[in-house]
Design a protein around this ligand. Structure first.
Ligand SMILES: *Cc1c(COP(=O)(O)O)cnc(C)c1O
Length: 389
């Protein structure tokens, strides 16, 4: 068989522009795979997987964890386990991944209906947003539902970070307390939880997880493993997650090879504890600040504040479409999933130099130079091509 080499571009491909999901595994992750146990995880016999589940649960201060293939699978199983398939409502951010990008899974996997709400602060859900119009009794145990047309809210589902913005720990605690008093469960989609922790304003993994009944973690974003996600929670919730996982064909046998790489990715990029110990995320956030300054120093505005690894450019304000910016990036050898720019630890300085020139073309030359259409904007540099490993 001939081996084909696919160029890895630091900023993604045309089909997968969501930049932090496109990191490539390190040599150490591949070496960890070679040391993995090769037993059957459907029977709970694979030591590498069980160890990783135990360690992540411990770091998150929870009883148990279930290793699954994707963040989507983790979210769907977590919410499914909390719902137990009764006709219930899920209160969540209208722009959440679970609502928009999980192929309607809640409808058939949880038998639940989404009760979407827009964050009133424009960034993340607060306890007031959650409480407003949620269908819950005033206090748990006083449930005297006589209005059968109303669908009770069973789960509050939150994203942290929410599109790059951190939910402060105090807000999470308030939501958890509100929910507990009403018999409502809390789920956090922690696909980007690493960034929340590294921001220093969200608490540790264990503090965040203590505000949930089930939290999902993704290893394929942020820490950069090839495959994998996890649900952490009580032993009872994880037992239900594993049953559901099997029911959708998610019981994978030799998961050791995947768990080994995911575990190594966590260790090398986040660290062994419940807080960002490696500085890798801090550096990525620094990169996001640099991109923010490159944009705002040239007069650009943001639609959300930059707090972690995502920079939200206000393109509408300068009359430019995402497509225009993406096309300009393509011509400079960088892929930009405008209007947001997502940073990760494998983006090199050269890509940022190319991005700066694109900003120059857009904000400086466009304003002060001769009138040019997007098709005429010059591109001076080629962005870096990520090396294979
Ligand atoms: C990427 C992402 C997911 C899904 O993860 P996959 O592994 O791609 O299924 C879920 N939630 C959020 C917030 C994400 O960004």
């Amino acid at each position: 068989m001939t081996q084909t080499t696919v160029p890895n571009r630091a900023w993604g491909t045309k089909l997968a522009p969501s930049a932090d999901a496109i990191t490539t595994p390190s040599i150490r992750q591949l070496e960890a795979i070679s040391r993995a146990t090769l037993n059957d995880d459907v029977f709970g016999e694979d030591q590498t997987t069980s160890l990783f589940e135990r360690q992540m649960a411990e770091v998150c201060g929870r009883e148990a964890g279930a290793f699954v293939m994707t963040g989507t699978m983790a979210n769907q199983l977590a919410i499914g386990a909390l719902c137990q398939h009764a006709p219930h409502g899920i209160r969540q951010d209208a722009s959440a991944h679970v609502v928009n990008f999980e192929a309607g899974g809640l409808a058939h996997l949880s038998g639940a209906t989404v009760q979407p709400v827009r964050p009133s602060n424009g960034l993340y859900l607060t306890v007031e947003d959650v409480a407003k119009m949620a269908n819950v009794p005033a206090v748990s145990g006083t449930d005297t539902w006589t209005r059968w047309e109303i669908c009770p809210t069973k789960v509050v589902s939150l994203e942290n970070t929410a599109h790059g913005n951190v939910i402060p720990l105090s807000e999470l605690r308030a939501i958890k307390e509100w929910a507990s008093r009403r018999g409502v469960s809390v789920h956090i989609d922690g696909a980007r939880i690493w960034h929340a922790v590294a921001s220093g304003r969200a608490g540790t993994l264990a503090e965040i997880a203590s505000c949930t009944d089930a939290m999902t973690l993704s290893f394929a974003k942020g820490v950069g493993a090839p495959i994998g996600a996890m649900v952490v929670g009580s032993a009872e919730v994880i037992r239900r997650v594993k049953r559901l996982r099997q029911s959708i064909g998610g019981g994978v046998r030799k998961t050791g090879v995947l768990a080994a790489a995911a575990r190594e990715a966590v260790l090398e990029n986040f660290g062994p504890g419940d807080t960002d110990a490696r500085g890798v995320f801090g550096a990525t956030h620094g990169m996001a600040e640099t991109v923010t300054r490159m944009w705002t120093d040239r007069g650009g505005k943001l639609v959300r504040p930059t707090e972690t690894n995502i920079v939200w450019l206000d393109l509408a304000g300068i009359g430019v479409t995402s497509r225009t910016l993406n096309d300009m990036g393509m011509r400079s050898g960088i892929l930009i999933a405008a209007p947001r720019i997502v940073l990760h630890h494998q983006i090199c300085t050269k890509a940022l130099v190319s991005l700066e020139q694109v900003f120059d073309d857009l904000l400086v030359r466009r304003q002060f130079g001769p009138a040019v259409g997007p098709g005429d904007l010059g591109v001076q540099s080629k962005g870096c091509v990520q090396s294979m490993l």
